[in-house]
Design a protein around this ligand. Sequence first.
Ligand code: AP5
Ligand code: MG
Length: 227
Amino acid sequence: MKDLFDKGVISLNIILIGPPGAGKGTQASLIANKYNLPFVSSGDLFREHRKLGTKLGLLAEKYMNQGELVPDHVTIDMVMNWLDQNKGGSSGFLLDGFPRTVQQATSLEKALGNANPVGPAVYINVDKDELLRRLTGRRVCMRCQISFHIHSNPPLIQDQCDKCSKPLAQREDDNFDAVEARLDAYRRNTEPLVAYYDHQNVLIEIDGNETIRQVSKDIVESLDCFN
Ligand code: AP5
Ligand code: MG
């Protein structure tokens, strides 16, 4: 696959699937930088809208704070808009946290068309105890949205972003009740996508319990072998 991608013959339309705290955001930037792909997290797009106080941001806020999914039609419009503005080149893109429902998945397929299929779908699988450890210890830069972890991925200076030096904070939906609701929403709505993409022969499953560096290595190795 790598040769064809390097020659521009095929594009990589990568989607990252995984439960809350699996490391989607952490891996998204590493992979996108390696393959020089535009990338976005649907959660980050919603948080940007909230920061700007847009109508979409206000609508999304009440779902996000309760750990529920934002309705499909709103989410699909927002991500399609991002794709229209960013898929300019032919090499593909990387989506972190979209699609998260079967309806989102079919909408993405329709938008891309048969000549430009979705894939690979990278599923980062992590045990629940480890997810809880990651979410409770996560600290996020409110300006650039980069995630750190107090133990496994600490910033160079405590409570300060490595990139922009702004203070780090806990995400509003990283409290116990919201995390339980997010895990439940994941099980009900998103886990079925694992079988969905497996059936399409585009699924790559990664053991996300390993270190950040090892998970990256495993993803890159799998992507290079993908056909
Ligand atoms: P979103 O922001 O996407 O949240 P999420 O899916 O719950 O995932 P997280 O961002 O919490 O986790 P992550 O997998 O990115 O982990 P991270 O890399 O930060 O969505 C938020 C909300 O927006 C949703 O609840 C919903 O309301 C709405 N929404 C978004 N998309 C939607 C959609 N498509 N449809 C409908 N609604 C939608 O890592 C976590 C921590 O672990 C960090 O501290 C990190 O440093 C650490 N870490 C990462 N990898 C490792 C590792 N390998 N070892 C040790 N530590 C690690
Ligand atoms: Mg994330």
